[in-house]
Design a protein around this ligand. Structure first.
Ligand SMILES: Cc1cc2nc3c(=O)[nH]c(=O)nc-3n(C[C@H](O)[C@H](O)[C@H](O)COP(=O)(O)O)c2cc1C
Length: 352
């Protein structure tokens, strides 16, 4: 049994696992209110294209779970709701099912419940180094995925007792995966963000989209620290020191989107449709969230749909109030960048 995944799920459901102090910095992005929208609310379309496909809104459900029996219900509910809203969904790391076939059903349920869903497989970069590109092919095949995301989580691996810090050659393996796989490869973080330097390397390796998964939402140093709370383990102290580590989501979106031509997903602490609108305005092509959908997914499809409906209504409201009738207009809408985010942009200007 995959105890690690069960711990992650339990802690994420029962405790506050978000950053204590660091925020996404999306509060330093102001969209400009337009008192004359000159359009009717019902003329607004949230339709968008991503990886060459059309979706109902620029939002995807980020990787969370699989590999334990309770994950089957979660993945099934997320998949059905995502299909109804015509948005992509990622499963959690498929490592458990690669290692033991008897857990495959906890991932396959997503495809079974949603045959037309744009489904994204998920594995870690260190897993590719350990087991080769074949595991990525296996992960895609397992769920008939339309794309695969590879997660980079050096901070989490550093603190996690079962973690691997063998990060040498991850980029080389990502490049191989891009060459070998028939589906697009996305690379994501898990809550520490992606810098412009890393983004350029990933684009050069052939990656089709980068998901920043920046700091300000779910905090993995905290989750791993909580797992160790009863243990006499030095990693607990290391986790504490690095609790606020990472590039805030808004800064990461600017870092990445200013230097690459490939598509960018803004995630990490996206909690409303207004956050989605701000992420797109500063350079993202899509936004994504994980944690807000977890509890609803343990209930039923309707609970997940309720969150997605709210996000869509808030996104439409932001578009109405900025006079944008479609996503292209939103991406080009004016905004002001304030405070630390403005300072970050200035200091990193030579890079971003
Ligand atoms: C319970 C839980 C499990 C997660 N498991 C994975 C995983 O298996 N693979 C992965 O790439 N990211 C995983 N993530 C990270 C998310 O996909 C996402 O990048 C991150 O949580 C930031 O988004 P959020 O602030 O909206 O939660 C997980 C997140 C949560 C909350």
């Amino acid at each position: 049994m995959n105890l690690r995944k069960r711990d992650h799920l339990k802690l994420s459901l029962e405790l506050d696992v978000s950053f204590e102090e660091k925020t996404t910095w999306l509060e330093y992005v102001e969209l400009i209110h337009r008192a004359l929208p000159e359009l009717n609310l019902d003329e607004i379309s949230t339709e968008t294209s991503f990886l060459g496909k059309t979706f109902g809104m620029p939002f995807l459900i980020e990787a969370m779970t699989g590999g334990i029996p309770e994950a089957a219900k979660i993945n099934g509910n997320l998949a059905e709701a995502a299909e109804r809203f015509s948005i992509p969904m990622e499963v959690g790391s498929q490592r458990a099912a690669i290692e033991d076939e008897k857990f495959e059903y906890t991932f396959k349920v997503a495809r079974e419940r949603a045959p037309n869903l744009f489904l994204i497989a998920n594995l870690s970069g260190v897993q590719l180094v350990k087991d080769g590109v074949e595991v990525a092919e296996k992960a895609v095949e397992m769920i008939e995925a339309n794309a695969i995301s590879i997660h980079l989580n050096p901070l989490q691996e550093l603190i996690q007792p079962e973690g691997s810090t063998e990060f040498r050659d991850v980029l080389k393996m990502i490049e191989k995966a891009c060459e070998r796989l028939d589906v697009p490869v996305i690379v994501k973080e898990v809550g520490c963000g992606i810098s412009s330097e890393v983004a350029k390397l990933l684009e050069g390796a052939g990656v089709r989209a980068i998901d920043v998964a920046g700091a300000g939402g779910t905090c993995w140093a905290k989750i791993e620290m909580l797992r160790l709370r009863e243990e006499d383990d030095e990693r607990k102290d290391v986790a504490k020191t690095f609790l606020e580590w990472g590039i805030p989501t808004a800064a990461s979106i600017i870092e990445v989107s200013s230097v690459v031509k490939i598509e960018v997903i803004g995630s990490g602490g996206i909690r409303s449709g207004l956050d989605v609108a701000k992420a797109l305005s500063i350079g993202a092509d899509m936004a994504g969230a994980a944690h807000p959908l977890l509890r609803p997914a343990t209930e039923n499809v309707e609970s997940v749909e309720k969150i997605l409906r709210r996000l869509r209504s808030e996104l439409k409201a932001a578009m109405f109030l900025t006079g944008c009738k479609n996503i292209d207009e939103l991406k080009n809408s004016p905004h002001v960048i304030l405070g630390p985010l403005s300072e970050w942009k200035k200091q990193r200007a030579s890079k971003v």
